[in-house]
Design a protein around this ligand. Structure first.
Ligand code: ADE
Length: 259
């Protein structure tokens, strides 16, 4: 998989050199390129933001550097010729609608993901779906967000998704992109040594995972549940399933179907 990241803080992504994803990059399973958005500006101050049209607090990221960055990463192909003026792009809300929760573009080609608190919520199912993509591009917004026309333009070159990590606001997209890359990257075949370890974890079957224990069987007066130490595999599987349901009902009842 190839991943391109556009950001004004390339240093955030230094940690992609370490751990499992670092090894996946060394092994050539994952190719990551980080692009500094300011390299696509042409003024002395390398300006990437400006005041919002219509007024309001904060600054908005200007479209021009984003356009040039996307041109460099996703050059126009004759088959997907870029319109010179905004045209209706299937699936992408146009500028004045206020909606930015668009999914659009051809399937199977590159996917451009803009992290945004206004996007669809990132889930394990989405991570799994994205783990089979050949090319992901992440565009990290800062300030009050990116000029909406950038999403419409990007949709002429790729599928576009606005994706939120959850119902809270971060200072920018970088931390959200790190989380998404880790969740997606570990699902790429070959990244995790023992793929069986991916099967029984939280969210894979729609439930939270069961509690885990290792030796010693008694520690500081706390005992491992005896069912786990008696070797009855049927009883162990049943106990784990019950524990998953009990935990999910208590902590995340929203994950269970209505009774
Ligand atoms: N940028 C700011 N807040 C965010 C969030 N919750 N998810 C994704 N990107 C964001």
């Amino acid at each position: 998989m190839r991943i391109d990241i556009v950001t004004i803080f390339p240093e955030y992504f230094g940690v992609l050199d370490v751990s499992l994803l670092g090894r996946a990059r060394e092994d050539g399973i994952l190719k990551v390129e980080v692009h500094d958005l300011r390299d696509f500006t042409h003024d002395r101050h390398r300006t990437v933001d400006d005041k919002p049209y219509g007024g309001g607090a904060g600054m908005v990221m200007k479209p021009e550097p984003w356009g040039e960055a996307l041109d460099a990463i996703l050059p126009a192909t004759p088959a997907l010729a870029t319109p010179t003026a905004p045209t209706e792009v299937p699936g992408v809300a146009q500028g004045d609608s206020g909606e930015v929760d668009a999914r659009s573009g051809a399937t199977g080609g590159p996917i451009v993901i803009f992290p945004s608190p206004a996007g669809e919520v990132f889930t394990q199912a989405m991570a799994r779906e994205l783990s089979s993509a050949e090319h992901l591009v992440f565009g990290c917004g800062r300030y009050e967000g990116i000029d909406h026309r950038v999403f419409e333009f990007a949709a002429t070159r790729a599928s576009v998704r606005l994706v939120s990590l959850g119902d809270y606001v971060l200072n920018g997209g970088e931390v959200a992109v790190m989380a998404m890359i880790e969740a997606i990257g570990r699902l790429i075949p070959g990244v995790i040594g023992n793929p069986e370890s991916l099967v029984e974890e939280s969210h894979e079957d729609g439930l939270l995972e069961y509690p885990s224990y290792t030796k010693p069987a008694e520690w500081r007066g706390y005992e491992v549940p005896s069912v786990l130490t008696n070797g009855n595999h049927g009883a162990i599987a049943a106990w784990r399933r019950d524990a998953q349901f009990e935990r999910t009902r208590r902590v995340r009842p929203d994950l269970l179907p209505p009774e």
